[in-house]
Design a protein around this ligand. Structure first.
Ligand SMILES: [Fe+2]
Length: 207
């Protein structure tokens, strides 16, 4: 089977059985089936949140890596074995690692890193940009504490060595931006051909 077009959405499949022909449909089915779930503590659903970040990136003419990174950065909220975030959480659920685990086989490291390090980016920006903290929603401030608070200087230095730092930070700002009640966005399938292109490029399918 060629992978030039996203395939029809499957019913739920275990991530281990995914391949480059089914990953985009799998991701889309998450948006279709579960995107309407509340992003507790925010005025948007989980799906709206990710679609808003991707839409703002697209409207601003940002590169595809940023658009897709924003679109998928929180996918781990749905794939984590520890379940989705709740404002009463007293322990972190590590959704950024769960998401990166699903994405890393299919996407370039820049996309996977935008997911894996979007929490670290919040901790980094809180440590290095005092005005950034004011952008955080109350829910994001709550999770900041669970996630370890602002980085210390050693963590900052280590984080700045990541070759994808610029993209990771760009997606983090879109994370904060994508929490607008009532913003219109296209659905996941608008972005699906772009997502499939990234998969094909990474998995070695010729254009
Ligand atoms: Fe997010």
């Amino acid at each position: 089977m060629t992978s030039s077009q996203p395939q029809p959405a499957p019913t739920h499949v275990p991530p281990a059985t995914l391949d480059r022909d089914t990953i985009v449909a799998f991701l889309g089915s998450i948006f279709d089936r579960r995107g309407g779930e509340e992003y507790l503590g925010e005025p948007v659903t989980m799906g709206e949140h990710m679609l808003q970040g991707a839409t703002i990136a697209e409207q601003n003419g940002q590169p595809e890596e940023i658009i897709v990174g924003a679109l998928l950065h929180d996918i781990g909220h749905f794939t984590s074995e520890f379940g989705t975030y709740h404002p009463d959480d007293t322990e972190d659920r590590h959704h950024e690692d769960a998401g990166a685990e699903v994405l890393e086989r299919f996407f370039p490291s820049v996309i996977t890193d935008c997911c894996r390090y979007h929490v670290a980016a919040k901790r980094y920006l809180c440590a290095t940009k005092p005005e950034y903290f004011k952008r955080l929603s109350p829910a994001s401030v709550h999770t900041l504490e669970l996630q370890g608070g602002p980085m210390n200087p050693e963590e900052v230095a280590e984080f700045e060595a990541n070759p994808n730092l610029k993209e990771i930070i760009a997606v983090r700002y879109l994370d904060e931006a994508g929490k607008r009640a009532g913003m219109e966005t296209p659905d996941f399938w608008h972005f699906a051909p772009m997502v499939q292109r990234m998969v094909d490029r990474h998995c070695g399918v010729p254009d």
